[in-house]
Design a protein around this ligand. Structure first.
Ligand code: HPA
Length: 271
């Protein structure tokens, strides 16, 4: 059985909205009612998460009356996964009928107007991972060979998120996310380079997922938590410990924002 068929056999509902949780946000998965939790280890072909802070399960359930799929744990290139594996979960979600994808992540802040713990709405990305999940034969039934990327991060969804954030008094600036393969953090010189080319945030995830989602016509909303200022901005050394601690500290605000935004993301796919 393939992953989508297996999940169809396990889930009673097929939600149209899915959320991918970044480092430190796993608790959100525990807030679903009538939840069905499916460990990644039981889903055929599903890449296992090896990163600390990533639980490794799909949870389907109801959140404030809305059916959701929540992915707690994702596959990263730095774990040795291919870009296709990093996008595998999104492909399966698309096949299950998900139309709207919310992607969250932990990121380093390059833009000096951000602070540690800022939430930032991703408006666009720069893919510096040297890899693309669409490499190889194109499945024309999913999307075009050369997908347009001029609005990978849905403008209407961004407006919804900004409106919700304003009502909650949560600052939510927009920023461009640069994706690197990792796992080493950037050098200060790399951060100066990233700032010069227009990046506001830096991270090691999200981009393969967004490319695959957009290729399939899913609408995408992506929000970063600035868990640390990027290398060289302060004298403090970067550590995964700090990333996890900031993620936890901001978790409640992040969940508050998601709670306000999610009910507005039901809707028709683009294209
Ligand atoms: N760089 C890359 N990825 C990250 C960072 C960072 O500073 N913080 C959290 N994820």
């Amino acid at each position: 059985m393939n992953a989508a068929a297996y999940l169809r056999s396990r889930l009673t509902e097929t939600p149209s909205v899915a959320v991918i949780l970044g480092s430190g946000l796993g608790a959100f998965a525990e807030s679903l009612d009538n939840a069905v939790a499916v460990p990644y280890s039981t889903i055929p072909d599903w890449p296992q998460s090896t990163a600390i802070g990533h639980a490794g399960k799909l949870v389907a359930g109801r959140f404030h009356g809305q059916n959701l799929i929540v992915l707690s744990g994702r596959a990263h290139l730095y774990e040795g996964y291919t870009p296709q594996q990093a996008a595998f979960a999104v492909r399966v979600l698309g096949r299950l009928g998900v139309k709207s994808l919310v992607v969250t992540n932990a990121a380093g802040g390059i833009n000096l107007s951000y602070g540690q713990g800022s939430l930032v709405l991703i408006s666009d990305h720069i893919n510096l991972q040297g890899a693309n999940p669409l490499t190889g034969p194109n499945d024309d039934s999913l999307g075009p060979r050369f997908p347009d990327m001029s609005e990978a991060y849905d403008a209407a969804y961004r407006a919804i998120a900004k409106h919700a954030a304003a009502q909650l008094n949560i600052p939510l600036p927009e920023g461009v996310y640069a994706a690197l393969a990792g796992p080493s953090y950037e050098t200060p010189a790399e951060i100066r380079y990233l700032r010069a080319i227009g990046a506001d945030l830096v991270g090691m995830s999200t981009v393969p997922e967004v490319i695959a989602a957009h290729h399939m016509g899913l609408r995408v909303l992506a929000i970063s938590c600035v868990t640390n200022m990027a290398a060289g901005i302060s004298t403090q050394k970067l550590s995964h410990q700090e990333v996890m601690e900031t993620g936890l500290r901001v978790r409640d605000t992040f969940i508050e924002l998601l709670t306000a935004v999610l009910p507005h993301l039901q809707g028709d796919p683009i294209g």
